[in-house]
Design a protein. Structure first.
Lengths: 161, 207
């Protein structure tokens, strides 16, 4: 086994996670390769060095500090943030997905309607008074066309309406 | 099926004593919460301190973590061991803090604790034949802290959970919401980077 593969096994070796067969190969290589042996020694020493520095102690009154902090009234935005976090944001992924999808659809529909209405307003602004009147009386005009068609039919067949 | 809640999964965590304490607190017993607070406070404090590097920040964040634990009680459902859950909250809180304050670095002027004493981080360079052992230890602690803080955020988190909190690969994977394979990879790269960062110090002290 080459040195590169052996070095990739250092971490598992330190954690005693190497399978028996691999461990044999690993130890065999380390015994015969000075470079890997030195590297492994440095690896182990650097890992051991993490012991340096004592853990810190909490302040003696941390429990009472906690209860004091808890009893303090939170600022406005924190109350809103907590409300959003606890009520509106569901825990399970599938509910989050549904909420996000529904929000996106609602935003899309709103934007679409807004754009549509904007286009309509632009169109209406640029129309003449005559054209506007035609639109307002659209139903009448539609029926008028029908009426004229029927009249033409009647006159060609000598029918009176 | 997508929306159904798996009762079997919840029940498997009831064997965890801390989960039972949390459920007891949910039912109204505040004393159970205080047991959890006293059991985990120092551990979470040190976990966060090793991650963010500044004691005052770590103390504030630890309080915040337990505030969240306290306020989660009404909606609490055991979906993991309590230890995994509380460390996940601590992890998320620490990451958010680091993101909010990206400029924050380990203060070299900060006092560090060594053998029960507060020692300035910057140790005087004394030209004496036998250097004070506590000074060497303090300097080692400073160098180690700097090396850990120089790691990428995920590598740092994995190293801290493995080395200082003695989390198994599985526990790390659940806390960080990654696969065990990813944990192994991050651990391997983190250790390699630590070795590189500490190699000159190791050579000066030992070879």
């Amino acid at each position: 086994m080459d040195c590169k593969k052996i070095r990739q096994m250092f971490s598992d070796y330190i954690d005693e996670m190497l399978e028996d067969k691999k461990q044999e190969t690993f130890k065999g290589h380390i015994a015969s390769c000075e470079r890997c042996r030195k590297d492994l020694a440095e690896y182990q020493v650097s890992w051991k060095m993490l012991d340096a520095g004592e853990p810190i102690e909490p302040s003696p009154d941390y429990v009472s500090q906690f209860w004091t902090e808890l009893s303090r009234k939170p600022s406005g935005y924190k109350v809103i943030l907590d409300w959003i976090r606890n009520i509106l944001l569901p825990r399970r992924m599938v509910y989050k997905f549904v909420l996000v999808s529904a929000t996106l659809i609602a935003v899309y529909i709103s934007v679409f309607n807004y754009v549509d209405n904007s286009k309509m307003r632009t169109l209406l602004i640029n129309m003449s008074d005559e054209e506007l009147e035609m639109i307002e009386n659209f139903d009448l005009i539609a029926n008028l066309d029908l009426f004229e068609n029927v009249n033409d039919f009647g006159s060609s067949n000598n029918l009176e309406i | 099926m997508l929306f159904s809640h798996s009762k079997n999964k919840t029940n498997s965590y009831l064997s965890d004593e801390d989960v039972r304490l949390m459920l007891d607190f949910k039912a109204g017993n505040v004393a159970s919460f205080e047991v959890l607070l006293k059991k985990y406070f120092k551990r979470i404090l040190n976990f966060i301190f090793r991650y963010v590097g500044i004691r005052s920040v770590a103390e504030d964040l630890t309080q915040e973590v337990f505030m969240r634990v306290y306020k989660s009680a009404p909606n609490y459902l055991p979906r993991a061991k309590f230890k995994t859950w509380v460390y996940t909250i601590a992890r998320n809180t620490s990451i958010n803090e680091v993101k909010r304050n990206k400029q924050k670095i380990v203060s070299l002027d900060e006092m560090i604790e060594c053998e029960g004493e507060q020692i300035p981080r910057q140790v005087e360079d004394k030209t004496i034949d036998r250097p004070d052992e506590s000074a060497i230890r303090a300097e080692t602690a400073r160098v180690v802290k700097k090396a850990i803080y120089a790691l990428g955020e995920k590598q740092r988190m994995v190293i801290i959970l493995r080395r200082y909190e003695n989390f198994s690969y599985q526990e790390i994977a659940k806390t960080m919401k990654i696969s065990e394979k990813a944990v192994k990879s991050l651990l391997s790269r983190g250790r390699e980077n630590l070795k590189k960062a500490l190699s000159s110090f190791i050579k000066n002290e030992t070879f």
